[in-house]
Design a binder for this molecule. Structure first.
Ligand code: FES
Length: 145
């Protein structure tokens, strides 16, 4: 049987080469991650489609976990419940005809426009699709968040 004295040496070199490449990859990721975060690079999350099985009358509303769906004269509108200040869940204050954050009392119109408080931005608004049955009667809404 023939003996190959160089065989283990080649294996060790190959292993060291891979180890070095792996370390360089980790170092590059460690350097790039803060840089990408600093430049504001983000991966957009996939949209979620939420079905609300109701027929909301004009002037009415429906509160979901992530949004409030209002029915205005011109149609439905879904406003995010995530406060643009620090992210608390906002509430529809029907008696005041506005949206208010329970944490630091930022206030918004029913269309999500900022009125007052520490929040500086409007609440995001989500697209709404009206759903109808086979007779053309409204039987729900699809909100894309
Ligand atoms: S989190 Fe809403 S006002 Fe501060």
């Amino acid at each position: 049987m023939e003996h190959h004295p160089k065989q283990p040496e080649r294996g060790r070199r190959h292993f060291l080469k891979r180890l070095l490449l792996g370390s360089m990859g980790i170092a590059a990721a460690a350097l790039l991650y803060p840089l990408l975060r600093f430049t504001g690079f983000t991966v957009k999350p996939k949209p979620r489609y939420i079905i609300v099985r109701k027929d909301i009358a004009v002037g009415g509303s429906y509160t979901e976990h992530d949004f409030i769906l209002f029915m205005f004269e011109h149609g439905p509108m879904a406003v995010s419940r995530r406060c643009t200040h620090l992210g608390c869940r906002v509430n529809h204050r029907k008696e005041l005809d506005l949206i208010e954050c329970p944490c630091h009392q930022s206030r918004f119109t029913l269309a999500g426009e900022r009125i007052s408080g520490p929040a500086e931005k409007n609440l995001p608004v989500y697209p709404v699709r009206i759903l109808e049955d086979e007779n053309g009667k409204v039987n729900g809404y699809e909100v894309t968040i």
